[in-house]
Design a protein around this ligand. Sequence first.
Ligand code: ZN
Length: 315
Amino acid sequence: MMKKYYLGIDLGGTRIKMGIVSDGRVTSRRIVPASSASGLEASLPLLQQEINSLVAAQPDGSGQLAGIGLAFPGLVNTRTKRILSTNAKYDDAPSLNLEEWVTKNWELPFCIDNDARMATVGEWKYGAGKDTDDLVAVTIGTGIGTSAVIGGQLLRGKHFQAGCLGGHFTIQVNGRPCSCGNNGCVEAHGSTWSLAGIIREHALFPSSILAGAEVLDFSTLFKAASAKDPLAGEVLQYSLDVWSAGIVNLIHAYDPEVVVIGGGVLHSADQILPYIREKVKQHAWTPWGTVQIRPTQLAEDAGILGIVHMLQYPL
Ligand SMILES: [Zn+2]
């Protein structure tokens, strides 16, 4: 008899990641570019086509597909399975009924939750946080996603936003305006969407090698900093301090034993983790010991494994 499998979708702002999951492992994956600015409804036909083709490529086709889970970049009511609020990605999503869409097309169980929360569940159950019931996961990418597990309880809160807004902790009063309406958020000072503005407004920009760069993202920044570009060095140092401050805030808020860091910047983990560990040691108030700062073990698969876990064992 063929084994049952599940489909997990991690809907990012720039990429849609899909994976077939069986026994807590992603057995095949597909990544397609996303156009989150044009909305979710406009993306559904592509999503449907990609799901069908990924499923058709399985040895037994769709016969053993047992459910579809979606990790979404916004606030989600996990009971009604409706999206409550978005922030500059798929802004039409609250008007859509995705459960109806899944039922109509596949007649399968469906679940949906916040993407960073699902990355946290993935790391907790299958990745870098398997040995603890008290963890926070942070994903540094286009935005900064966070979520927390306390004493084995996944935080959701009355309005489904508990733990998810760590990227919008204020780290600088009167700081840069954020897309969320607040000023001085971790995201507004340390995410990919805010990085280009920070670099361009810097006094050293005209003389920096970054002035000739086609894309201003963290990978370009790390390269320029390694090449001793003064602006890149300064902005990188600033970003490290922003992430460290954000993580100290998360530790003070949620009392974790482990903080798992994921996202694109982890490609330069050697340049990041030792610094953050030292900062946390100096600045976090944890008289019981030291919070462990660990890199993601699941990388791109974290959200997919988390949402599929939720389909099988609702938390
Ligand atoms: Zn914000």
